[in-house]
Design a protein around this ligand. Structure first.
Ligand SMILES: Cc1cc2nc3c(=O)[nH]c(=O)nc-3n(C[C@H](O)[C@H](O)[C@H](O)COP(=O)(O)O)c2cc1C
Length: 619
């Protein structure tokens, strides 16, 4: 957790996750000598080192972008009519959870005699929403995650923009919204809330109340509790009844390829076959760049955390990035765990298979790239390490021959208090992954293809990039590159005109997790940092956090902020640090600036609007 305070200038990056109330602050005002930049050209992020490391970026597309076909959104209304669907479930999802929930809701619809269609809003013309009423007994459900400063996900951005700008009449359009968020963020579930409010404002008919899932607590539980009430409300609204509650419906059918050319079999690629053998730009999430790890060192000295400094070689990739952009790391699962799943289920993991969507009209032909082997699927495409969600337990329960085991699995998938408690203790608290569940429920023998259909996709891990290629370019041409995105924190000191730069850095123990101690101290010596203030929260009896140091230097800080136009960057833990630092600034404004509390709140709100108080926080 860091607070950076700076003016007109850039520094280096950082996105190392810490858990204590710690922060850094950077400020610059005066001219300082030529900074030490060599060691600033680094990438810094905490990460799981995988065998394969690939790249892609959220915000900035690599350049140049050749061979891009213009994308024409298609009509989801026509598709629904053609395929006889009446429930469309849109998802705004970055890392797959909202998409998974949308799939589950679409599948659930069959239990109520309806036909669902999980849908990516980016692929369709959302301005057709008002036409939904052309389909009898129809409904649009939205599973919307929130990111950034209350922003929609990338795939929901266009839909969001459309909602903001449209005055379409949605009378007769039935809808419901489930938001996915995290309470530790300031703008809790902002996108879900906005979608729900806006669709109603436009005249849409809310079939059921907005659901607010909290990833800080138990998102799965929030979802099944909402769902448990949502479907009865839908039944009442449309006058339908639930049918075949317990039946499990397969979405994909198994095809075994006994005689296939192995050159046509996916071996872990995300999109194009053989994309790792013949790497071709542009690189993105479907066509990741295979980067060589050129630097890898542990940053913390002790404690049970493992914070790494990693450098990746992207020469020849044509990838451009800026500090604050993200790098995605595609992990691979442990071969030993994959083997144990194969042994436990008694299958040959090298069988070449495809899982084919039974719904031929679906855009999603396979749950992961096919044809492939079970081994590749379990190694590269499926999440076998996290605790399975309740729908996986529910669907697998049919394969438990012991009635008690079967009953417990179904119970855990229900929204009953005992069921929730059992899921909590037996799955979540005990951190049972799918292998542990199979090993601890001896009567459970699911076919591996059904298991592969049910497990969620293995997600790339995103890390903020610490360096900036623009900073490097600016340095080479002796220009000072201004921060293009104030949300990317700990920006780099890039050129000659560096003002006063104050850094507040907090961690638990000086000897354990004072990350980049050497570099930071060197920056202070060289004048890159005018001041380095550190708080080691647990090195003394009474905990000291960065906010205490801020308060200690309140006169200096108020002068910088109020008279010298300083910028404040807060980076790190969202749950405690960001809030405590914010409160410390209010107190400084009150105590030194003589503002009332309300005035102080307004004052910092204005600074935020002007981009002079930015946060990059996470939990
Ligand atoms: C970098 C980051 C930023 C986030 N920002 C917010 C936020 O501003 N408000 C919020 O309610 N939740 C926020 N979340 C929580 C996500 O919305 C939540 O984890 C959600 O389940 C993700 O859904 P997805 O997997 O479909 O992308 C954030 C999560 C991450 C990782």
């Amino acid at each position: 957790m860091k607070t950076i305070c700076f003016r007109r200038h850039i520094s280096f990056l950082n996105s190392v996750k810490m858990e204590d109330s710690e922060s850094q602050m950077l400020s610059d005002e005066e001219q300082t000598p030529e900074p030490l930049l060599g060691s600033l050209d680094i990438f810094l992020f905490s990460l799981i080192a995988g065998l394969l490391i690939y790249w892609f970026f959220f915000r900035k597309k690599p350049e140049p972008v050749p061979e891009m076909k213009p994308f024409t959104p298609t009509s989801f209304i026509e598709k629904m009519k053609k395929t006889n669907r009446n429930v469309v479930v849109f998802y705004g999802s970055q890392t797959g959870t909202a998409e998974e929930f949308a799939n589950r809701l679409a599948k659930d619809a069959q239990r109520y005699g309806m036909k669902g269609m999980p849908t990516d809003p980016e692929e369709y013309d959302m301005s057709e929403l008002s036409r939904l009423k052309e389909i009898p007994n129809s409904m649009a459900v939205f599973c919307m995650a929130t990111y950034g400063e209350g922003d929609p996900t990338d795939n929901a951005q266009e839909f969001y923009d459309w909602m903001q700008g449209t005055d379409d009449d949605l009378a007769g359009v039935n809808f419901a919204v489930f938001g996915l968020g995290n309470k530790t963020y300031e703008h809790f579930n902002a996108t879900g809330k906005y979608t729900d409010k806006r669709l109603a404002e436009l005249g849409g008919n809310r079939v059921f109340d907005l659901g607010l899932g909290d990833d800080d607590s138990n998102l799965e539980e929030d979802f099944i509790s909402w769902k448990e009430q949502f479907w009865p409300a839908v039944c009442e609204f449309f006058g339908v009844e639930a049918t075949g509650e317990d039946s499990s419906i397969r979405q994909f059918e198994l095809v075994v390829h006994n005689d296939i050319n192995m050159n046509e079999v996916y071996t872990g690629e995300m999109g194009r076959l053989k994309s790792f053998q013949t790497q071709k730009p542009p690189f993105d999430s479907k066509n990741p760049f295979l980067a060589t790890v050129t630097g890898n060192r542990k940053l913390n000295e002790g404690g049970n955390r493992h914070l790494m400094h990693i450098e990746l070689d992207i020469t020849d990739s044509k990838i451009r990035y800026d500090s604050g952009d993200h790098v995605a790391v595609y992990p691979t699962n442990d071969a030993a765990v994959v083997n144990r799943i194969g042994e436990r289920l008694g299958v040959d993991l090298d069988t070449v298979i495809s899982l084919k969507n039974l719904d031929e009209e679906s855009n999603k032909k396979h749950p992961f790239p096919c044809p492939t082997t079970y081994r590749t699927a379990l190694t590269h495409y499926l999440d076998i390490n996290n605790t399975p969600r309740t729908n996986v337990l529910f669907e697998l329960a049919q394969y438990a021959s012991d009635p008690q085991e079967q009953e417990n699995m179904r119970k855990m998938a229900s929204a009953s208090p005992e069921g929730k408690a059992l899921y909590h203790s037996w799955v979540l608290d005990s951190e049972r992954n799918i292998l542990a569940i199979l090993e601890d429920l001896p009567s459970l023998n699911p076919p591996i293809d059904h298991l592969c259909e049910l497990l969620p996709r293995l997600q790339a891990r995103y890390y903020s990039i610490a360096s900036s290629s623009k900073v490097k370019a600016a340095k080479e041409s002796s220009r000072v590159w201004p921060p293009t995105d104030p949300n990317s924190f700990l920006l780099s000191v890039a050129g000659k005109e560096v003002g006063e730069t104050i850094l507040y850095f907090g961690c638990r123990h000086k000897n354990e997790d004072f990350l980049y101690q050497q570099e930071l101290e060197e920056f202070e010596r060289a004048g890159v940092l005018t001041q380095l203030n550190v708080a080691f929260s647990r090195d003394q009896e009474h905990k000291i956090y960065v906010q205490h140091l801020l308060k200690k230097n309140k006169e200096q800080l108020w002068k910088l902020i109020h008279s010298n136009n300083a910028h404040i960057y807060v980076c790190g833990d969202a749950r405690n640090m960001a809030r405590d630092v914010h409160t410390a600034f209010y107190e400084i404004a009150e105590e030194v600036g003589g503002l009332t509390h309300t005035q102080a709140v307004d004052y910092f709100k204005k600074l935020m609007t002007k981009g002079r108080y930015s946060q990059d926080v996470w939990s």
